[in-house]
Design a binder for this molecule. Structure first.
Ligand code: HEM
Ligand code: HEM
Length: 184
């Protein structure tokens, strides 16, 4: 595989860093909502969730910018039209969710009746959006449904990646992995 057939280092680095951060966010999200309401543990986990979530948003903006300026390697010729369409739709859905979920989270905290400040990694305050409190229920619902849509899309994404590698035996997974060994 030559360098034109694989993702560049920035795309790969962002992909795997964000994959790890998003999995942490999903676990953290479900763990924190199960904590004793108002407990210090819950407060800490919420602050961590919000901090990592804002970081993911920033990285998603960077990544989208990079993606628009750098064409990814072409999909293998063996893939049919419908398969290509599903692959592209899935990737763009993931970009949408990486941007949309943090925004919905920001609306949740901005409209919360508890009015709790968000301090990103204990350092920088995130201002609340000037939005009416009535939006809180809708924002919470959107954030929750968005999280489940993300989980479903990721199940499809990971299944497809593993199918390419182990069933179709093409280079689709390999081109998103750092190269080990010699390059041809
Ligand atoms: C990709 C980014 C994010 C993911 C995957 C994510 C995921 C989740 C999940 C799975 C939950 C638990 C289910 C739920 O109640 O909705 C949750 C809850 C929550 N998240 Fe996020 N989140 C993200 C970003 C953010 C950001 C940036 C903020 C705020 C700045 C935020 C604020 C919250 C809040 C306040 C809750 C509790 C909602 C409630 O009490 O109903 N999230 N998140
Ligand atoms: C939270 C987790 C993840 C997110 C949000 C995510 C998101 C994305 C996005 C948006 C792309 C499209 C890149 C582009 O062309 O612009 C992509 C590509 C890819 N992802 Fe993920 N991904 C995640 C986890 C994973 C995991 C766990 C695997 C492996 C099992 C994986 C394997 C791949 C592969 C192989 C590609 C390249 C597909 C191609 O060449 O067309 N991803 N991912």
């Amino acid at each position: 595989m030559t360098s034109r057939d694989r993702y560049d280092g920035v795309a790969m680095g962002l992909h795997w860093l964000m994959a790890a951060a998003i999995i942490v966010l999903l676990v953290l999200g479900f763990v924190m909502i199960g904590q004793r309401p108002g407990s210090p543990e819950q407060f800490k986990l919420y602050q961590l969730h919000k901090s990592v979530g804002v970081l993911v948003f920033g990285l998603a903006v960077l990544r989208l910018g990079w993606r628009l300026g750098h064409r990814p390697p072409p999909l293998p010729d063996t893939m049919g039209k419908a398969e290509r369409l599903v692959a592209h739709a899935g990737h763009w859905a993931l970009y949408g969710l990486m941007l949309g979920l943090p925004l919905a989270g920001w609306v949740v905290v901005s409209t919360s009746p508890y009015n709790i400040p968000t301090v990103i990694f204990g350092m920088v305050g995130l201002p609340h959006l000037p939005l009416p409190r009535d939006l809180n229920t809708l924002a919470k619902g959107t954030h929750l449904v968005g999280a489940w849509v993300l989980i479903a899309t990721l199940v499809g994404h990971v299944t497809a990646a593993l199918r390419h590698h182990f069933v179709l035996r093409d280079q689709v997974l390999a081109r998103m992995l750092p190269r080990f060994g010699r390059e041809k």
